[in-house]
Design a protein. Structure first.
Length: 378
């Protein structure tokens, strides 16, 4: 297909073509001239139109200023040596002066605009070529011409800000997608990691007991089925993102998981966590689940104890086991690193130490909810 011929860049639309209509006025005025003066006049008009076209094509380039100077020079010559009415061509460069983004360049171009608009008026008046009444009739248009660059510059600033905002929104969307992928990866790890580890241990145990203890084998197989169904339910909840997990629910789940892994469980602390926001509870629950997953996978422990202490300004959760703990080089693997990242979201902290086993301590600051009484906060 043949490409459509365009005089002006397509991004400016039909607007540049509309302004060309205003060159009809100087074209008709030059018909009153004769000889060399008329020829020079038409030559300058062609140069003016060419500069007008090149200004649209050179926006943001160094040549933009040269074409603007050329257009202003044509207007100055017209207004001084032909007729003061040619000063109305000043509406052309006023738009382009507003294209300058840098304040210094804008100020210079604006000063040049003031000169080509005011100097011809003063010159023609001093030469008695125009009357004071004629100058006053031109004055409103001069004011509009001098104000226009600021309006154009403001418009381009707004467009630039809107473009930057659109780019920022795109970056936010991309970062949100990336964060969502990381969140899903963490949730899958936290949700399925301990269950799959438990199923692996159970399957190994069944292999050893299959011949010697059939009844125990059936019991372990039944527990495997229960654990796999629980994991399937958790995956469905994760994918649908239907609800968050409370601390109370997670403690029940932890007790079940540890019992299935032949690890005794002891809990000390509060039973009411209603004052803690659902988001904070969900993050704490996932961190507790990760800590218990590490106990099942690495510690070879026989006992696990969780203590939750609530103070006026913070909550402290301590998870202990009597196992061998993880090696020093693996103490902060993907699981614990994920816990740290989650706790950062609620300005919490994590410490891991060895003391007759592994001790994982979570510290979470608490924000008191204010309530309104009699129109004031309490």
């Amino acid at each position: 297909m043949k490409k459509a011929i365009s005089i002006f860049p397509k991004e400016f639309g039909f607007f540049p073509y509309i302004f060309l209509v205003y060159t009809i006025m100087p074209f008709l005025s030059l018909l009153k001239e004769s000889g060399v003066k008329q020829g020079i006049g038409y030559g300058m008009l062609l140069l003016f139109v060419a500069a007008y076209r090149q200004l649209f094509c050179s926006v943001g380039k160094a040549s933009f200023t040269y074409w603007l100077i050329m257009q202003m020079a044509v207007i100055l010559i017209y207004s001084v040596f032909y007729n003061i009415t040619y000063i109305y061509l000043g509406f052309f460069p006023t738009n382009f002066v507003g294209y300058y983004k840098e304040k210094t360049n804008f100020n210079r171009a604006f000063c040049a605009l003031i000169f080509i608009l005011l100097f011809p008026c003063l010159y023609q008046f001093s030469a008695n070529s125009v009357s004071l009444r004629e100058l006053f009739s031109v004055l409103p248009f001069l004011v509009i011409m001098l104000i226009s660059p600021f309006g154009i510059r403001s418009m381009f600033r707004r467009i630039e800000l809107e473009n930057k905002l659109a780019q920022a929104n795109e970056q936010i969307k991309e970062l949100s997608k990336r964060e969502e992928r990381v969140r899903i990866a963490r949730d899958l790890h936290d949700t399925l990691g301990h269950t799959l580890s438990l199923l692996t241990l159970k399957s190994q145990l069944i292999q050893r007991l299959a011949a010697s203890d059939p009844e125990r084998t059936k019991l372990e197989a039944k527990e495997m089925e229960t654990s796999s169904r629980s994991a399937l339910k958790q995956v469905r909840e994760l994918v649908s993102d239907m609800r968050t997990v409370t601390i109370t629910e997670e403690l029940v789940n932890i007790q079940h998981i540890l019992r299935a892994g032949n690890i005794t469980f002891q809990y000390e602390g509060a039973d009411d966590f209603s004052a803690i926001s659902p988001v904070t509870q969900n993050i704490i629950s996932m961190c507790m689940r990760e800590a218990v997953t590490n106990i099942i996978k690495h510690s070879k422990a026989t006992h696990c104890a969780i203590t939750i202490s609530q103070f006026a300004d913070k909550m402290r959760i301590v998870i202990r086991d009597d196992g061998k703990g993880a090696p020093k080089e693996k103490m902060f693997g993907n699981g614990l690193r994920g816990m740290e990242e989650r706790l950062i979201l609620i300005e919490g902290g994590l410490t891991v130490s060895d003391h007759n086993g592994t001790v994982v301590a979570l510290t979470i600051p608490l924000i008191k909810k204010s309530r309104m009484i009699g129109g004031r906060k309490e």
